[in-house]
Design a protein. Structure first.
Length: 182
């Protein structure tokens, strides 16, 4: 980028406030006021997008880029999405009970992998089991309901998101016949 005459700053410290939360971090590159985050991993994660969106907002940009080893991803700032996740983090920080482990996802080889398995604080987290049985019940507890307030009394709330991920629609709107839990 510098070879093409673009002004580039490296390891730029950013500090600011977003939705009442103080943010402090470093951007790998800032090219003409646009944040560029360099990642060594090959897989794109929502967390990467949210991080670079947050940095973009703090430097006054509406766009950012994430550079992976084999591709470059353009990220447009979605302040509404960013706000939802910042509020979720604040709710989690304010809880007396820890959240449950997030649901397992499949890796590039098709194996189910739990997100917490690769974190170094996993041993510490295991000492504080969650009172929440499922990720869905935890999200409902912090007020994130799939279809709003009507979900509060739904008998399927414990497994709603998992059902929707597998079948394409929440259990309350699905054409599939549901089995009641005993």
């Amino acid at each position: 980028m510098e070879e093409r005459g673009l002004p580039v700053e490296r390891e730029v410290h950013v500090h600011g406030v977003f939705n009442g939360v103080e943010i402090d971090g470093y951007i790998d590159l800032l090219a003409e006021g646009v944040p560029v985050k360099v990642k060594s991993g090959y897989k794109e994660h929502l967390g990467h997008r949210l991080q670079v969106m947050l940095y973009a907002v703090l430097v006054g940009s509406r766009t950012a880029y994430i550079v992976y080893p084999h591709r470059v991803v353009h990220v447009a700032v979605e302040e509404e999405l960013l706000g939802v996740y910042v509020q979720r983090v604040l709710k989690v920080i304010g809880l007396e009970e820890p959240p449950p482990e997030p649901p397992a996802k499949r890796n590039s080889r098709g194996e189910k992998v739990k997100p917490c398995d690769s974190y170094e604080v996993r041993v510490l987290c295991a000492k504080y089991p969650s009172k929440f049985k499922t990720w869905d019940s935890f999200l409902a507890h912090i007020g994130e309901l799939p279809r709003g307030e009507k979900c509060l009394k739904c008998p399927h709330l414990e497994y709603c998101r998992a059902f929707r991920a597998r079948h394409g629609s929440p259990p309350c709107t699905s054409r599939q016949r549901l089995l009641e839990h005993a």
